[in-house]
Design a protein around this ligand. Structure first.
Ligand SMILES: [Zn+2]
Length: 282
C-alpha cells in the first residue's frame, strides 16, 4: 500500500504560537522537532499496518521544516520551496498511485473560533474559499482534490477544531487525533508528545487497516471553486492568472473541470495575490 502524508505545522502537538512556526523565530527549532515527531508517529503506524511506500510532503510555510536526519527510515520526504511546487501541499500526490492519504498537523479554516491559527491557505490574502458554495478549509479542499484522484483521506491530526472540521467534511469513518484544545488563536490546552504520539501511531495503523471502510471525498464536479480575497489589490493581481475569472471586487472563480488543474491554478492565483510588484512597477 502506498500512502501520501501531508504535514502542516499549526496542528502539531505542543505548537501554539507563531514563534514556533517560522524560520528565524525564537522557538522554530523546537517546532520543527515537534513536527517531525508527529510525522514519525504516523509513519510508524502506517508501516505497522502494511504501508510499503510513504511519501511525506512538507506543507507548511517555507515547506522545508521537517528534519530529514530525524525522519522515520520508511519515509521519503518531498521538501522544497512553495515556489518550486506548483501543487504545494499536494505536490507529488499524482505520481505514485496512492491508496490513501493522511493529514498531520492540520488546522481549521479561516474564521473558526478557538483554533490555533485558523486560516485557509494564506491568512494574509484569503478571506474565504468556497467549493460548490460551501466554505472549505485546507483539509476539506485538499481531500476533495485527492478525492478526484480516487485517494481517500483516512487520518487527520490537529487541534480539536481541525479534527471536528475534518469529520464534518469527510465523515465520521475517518480517524482523527486531537492533540490539543485551543482556547484562542495562540493558546491551547496541550497534551505532551509522549501522550499524543502513541495515539497518532495507533490511529494511523487503525486507519490504514480500515481502508475498505474509507471513501474518497468527492463533491459534485465540475468544482465551483471561488475565493474571496482580503483586498481589491490582491484580487486585481490574482485575476491576471490564466484560468481565473473575476466575479466581483474581491472575488474570483477558478475555472476548469479538472480539480487537479484547478488546485494548481488556485495556488498560482494566491501566489500572484501575495507577490508585491517590483518597486519600479508599483
Ligand atoms: Zn501551515
Amino acid at each position: 500500500m502506498r500512502v501520501f502524508v501531508s504535514v502542516d505545522m499549526e496542528g502539531i502537538s505542543g505548537i501554539v504560537h507563531g514563534d514556533m512556526m517560522m524560520p528565524g523565530e525564537r522557538e522554530y527549532d523546537r517546532g520543527r522537532r515537534l513536527m517531525t515527531g508527529d510525522a514519525n508517529a504516523a509513519i510508524e503506524g502506517l508501516v505497522q499496518a502494511g504501508a510499503t511506500f510513504i511519501l511525506v510532503n512538507d506543507g507548511h510555510g517555507p515547506m522545508r521544516n521537517l528534519l530529514i536526519e530525524e525522519l522515520h527510515p520508511a519515509a521519503h520526504l518531498l521538501s522544497g520551496s512553495g515556489d518550486a511546487k506548483p501543487w504545494c501541499q499536494l505536490e507529488g500526490a499524482d505520481r505514485f498511485a496512492f491508496d490513501a492519504a493522511v493529514f498531520i498537523g492540520y488546522h481549521a479554516m479561516a474564521k473558526t473560533f478557538n483554533a490555533i491559527h485558523p486560516h485557509t491557505i494564506a491568512g494574509a490574502a484569503v478571506a474565504e474559499l468556497r467549493l460548490n458554495g460551501r466554505p472549505h478549509g485546507e483539509g476539506g479542499l485538499n481531500a476533495a482534490v485527492l478525492g478526484a484522484l480516487g485517494i481517500p483521506v483516512v487520518l487527520v491530526t490537529g487541534d480539536a477544531a481541525a479534527c471536528a472540521e475534518a469529520r464534518a467534511f469527510l465523515g465520521e469513518q475517518i480517524e482523527t487525533v486531537a492533540v490539543k484544545e485551543a482556547c484562542g488563536r495562540n493558546a491551547a490546552i496541550c497534551r505532551p508528545p509522549s501522550a499524543t504520539r502513541p495515539e497518532i501511531t495507533a490511529a494511523a495503523a487503525r486507519a490504514l487497516s480500515r481502508l475498505p471502510d474509507m471513501r474518497p471525498y468527492q463533491p459534485e464536479r465540475p468544482f465551483r471553486l471561488e475565493v474571496d480575497f482580503l483586498t481589491m489589490q490582491q484580487c486585481d493581481r490574482a485575476s491576471r492568472t490564466a484560468g481565473v475569472e473575476r466575479l466581483g471586487p474581491v472575488t474570483v472563480r477558478i475555472v476548469g473541470d479538472d480539480p487537479w488543474q484547478q488546485y494548481r491554478t488556485l495556488w498560482a492565483a494566491i501566489r500572484a495575490a501575495l507577490y508585491e510588484p517590483a518597486s519600479w512597477l508599483a
